[in-house]
Design a protein around this ligand. Structure first.
Ligand code: ADP
Length: 297
């Protein structure tokens, strides 16, 4: 199974170019669509999910023209939008059963089995009788996945699913998702680098509606190997370092900034070489910094 997006473009009526000639080839497995807020991720997700139109370009899913054959796509699609409403005074079990009825699963026994299996799969079986109003953010997201899986989708789209989840909940969510990727195309859109690092076999970085980089995370990271250096500096020195080096990230450790820079050669001056990480790739792409641009595209 493969989803092929070719030269997809979308400009909103206010002039915002949300997608500009986006081309991606997405095979079975987990695909991470990484980009900052406003990059165009939701626009792309909603277009693939047949919920909005593109201006130009094509989307093909194993021969199905996804922009035209919307009903065919919807039959094999599961979609977890960024925000979704739930009926707070219902239990997960009752609501999931209700959604299953709406999806046309009319055999009661079959429906009961399916609801039970999905509650187990999403780790909600123990709390199935609780009202959704008492669920944590992570539990709600896992319920969202359960409902998106009701029709056994071949293509599952999850839009920013881990935003606002604490680390433990995020991990539980990762565990549920990672079990799905084997026979399904799972597209995960996120601005959290860790989501992609933990889960995805393929990825793309997008910003301002454009694909900046795509491929396998390991190979993408290898492209920066030997070019990332780090140093702990004093806070007051930060601006100075920023004007003299290609600083790709800064974070505090015990109150002191640690900076990562990109450099083709060892910069000396107390910098030490480190293994490149996906964050280094991400920030260098988003900020348009490159030691040697040709080597990482
Ligand atoms: P992301 O999901 O990566 O945060 P979006 O696809 O939501 O990005 O948005 C991409 C750009 O399009 C943003 O600049 C956003 O403000 C704009 N945008 C999104 N939806 C609309 C809309 N319905 N009308 C006008 N502009 C929009």
């Amino acid at each position: 199974m493969e989803l092929i997006i070719d030269n997809l473009s979308k400009t909103y009526s206010n002039g915002v170019k949300a997608l500009q000639d986006v081309s991606l080839e997405i095979p079975t497995g987990m695909f991470g669509l990484l980009g900052p807020n406003g990059a165009g991720k939701s626009t792309l997700m909603r277009t693939i999910a047949t919920l909005q139109e593109a201006d130009k370009g094509t989307i093909s899913l194993d021969g199905i023209d996804a922009l035209k054959q919307k009903n065919e796509v919807r039959q094999i699609l599961g979609y977890l939008p960024q925000q979704f409403g739930l009926y707070p005074r219902m239990s997960a079990e009752v609501l999931l059963n209700h959604f299953a009825v709406l999806k046309g699963i009319s055999n009661k026994k079959e429906r009961k089995e399916l609801v039970k299996a999905l509650l187990y799969k999403t780790n909600l079986y123990e709390v199935r009788k609780q009202n959704l109003s008492g669920y944590s953010g992570g539990m709600k997201q896992r319920f969202g996945i359960a409902q998106a899986l009701l029709n056994n989708p071949k293509l599952l789209i999850v839009d920013e699913p881990t935003a606002g989840l604490d680390p433990l909940e995020r991990n539980r969510f990762y565990n549920v998702l990672s079990e799905l990727g084997e026979n399904t195309i799972v597209i995960l859109s996120t601005h959290i680098v860790e989501d992609v690092k933990e889960l995805c076999t393929n990825m793309a970085i997008i910003n301002q509606g454009q694909v900046l980089l795509k491929g396998n995370p390991r190979e993408i990271i290898d492209g920066l190997e030997g070019k990332v250096y780090q140093k702990t500096i004093a806070k007051l020195e930060l601006e100075n370092y920023k004007s003299n080096y290609q600083v790709i990230s800064e974070r505090l450790f015990h109150g002191k900034p640690i900076i990562h820079i990109l450099s083709d050669t060892n910069p000396g001056n107390g910098f030490s070489p480190i293994d490149a990480d996906l964050e280094d790739v991400y920030f260098s792409q988003i900020f348009g910094i490159a030691a040697n641009p040709k080597s990482i595209v």
